[in-house]
Design a protein around this ligand. Structure first.
Ligand SMILES: N[C@@H](CCC(=O)N[C@@H](CS)C(=O)NCC(=O)O)C(=O)O
Length: 210
């Protein structure tokens, strides 16, 4: 009988946050499987109807930040978390920026309108897109300036900051306006290309990227 995966990821298969957990598992060398479950279905045990919910080590965990820190700390010698407190604060700041501002802005402004159009057959919500484009442009300008100045999100190589920011920014790049905006950001585009060389990023590619 095949051995059970060490990590069960209950969530939608094509999801930014499911992918964040997948990348963390890949980095930690943890076997994992996705139990396809829509966010707002009765089977989903997240109290606020979000995905993913993760089962690992006899625990049930929610919230990608808590999940990623747990997996990395317990199964990867915290290799994705800077040891030094100031650098760790920088990594955590980027995770918070990704979760609290970038994800919501990109998801509502471009990613979901295109998902609904391409996969749901709905007319493209041009109004929402046009409303969000100035803020998305400003966010990309901010990210580009930070990367131009520092060369990386932290001074500690590939960290959880990269794990969180990659799927958030990559999903934006998969929309026409997102791709055009990112193409104008040399440092950001180069960082995405660098991430794509990493086995954990390649192993977690969405079907639409293959
Ligand atoms: N704070 C949650 C956010 C997770 C999240 O927003 N997941 C999205 C999928 S990528 C979701 O569940 N969306 C469904 C919804 O909001 O109804 C976390 O960090 O895990």
């Amino acid at each position: 009988m095949p051995e059970a995966a060490q990590v069960r990821i209950v969530g939608t298969v094509v999801s930014t946050y499911t992918r964040i957990v997948e990348i963390t598992c890949e980095e930690a060398g943890l076997t994992h499987e996705i139990i396809p479950t829509p966010a707002n279905s009765p089977q989903n045990r997240h109290p606020f109807g979000k995905v993913p919910v993760v089962e690992v080590d006899g625990l049930e965990l929610i919230e990608s930040g808590a999940i990623a820190h747990y997996l990395d700390s317990t199964h990867n010698a915290a290799a994705l978390q800077p040891r030094e407190p100031a650098s760790r604060a920088t990594a955590d700041t980027w995770i918070a920026i990704g979760n609290n501002y970038l994800f919501l802005l990109f998801e509502r402004g471009l990613v979901m309108p295109y998902v609904m159009h391409r996969h749901g057959g709905f007319p493209l919500d041009v109004q929402s897109i046009n409303r969000a484009l100035p803020d998305i442009g400003r966010a990309l300008g901010f990210l580009e300036a930070e990367l131009q100045r520092d060369g990386a999100w932290t001074a500690c190589g590939f960290t959880l900051a990269d794990v969180f920011l990659y799927p958030i920014i990559r999903s934006l790049q998969m929309t026409p306006q997102g791709a055009a905006g990112i193409a104008q950001c040399d440092a950001l585009a180069a960082w995405l290309t660098l991430c794509e060389k990493r086995p954990s990023i390649r192993a977690s590619r969405w079907e639409s990227e293959k």
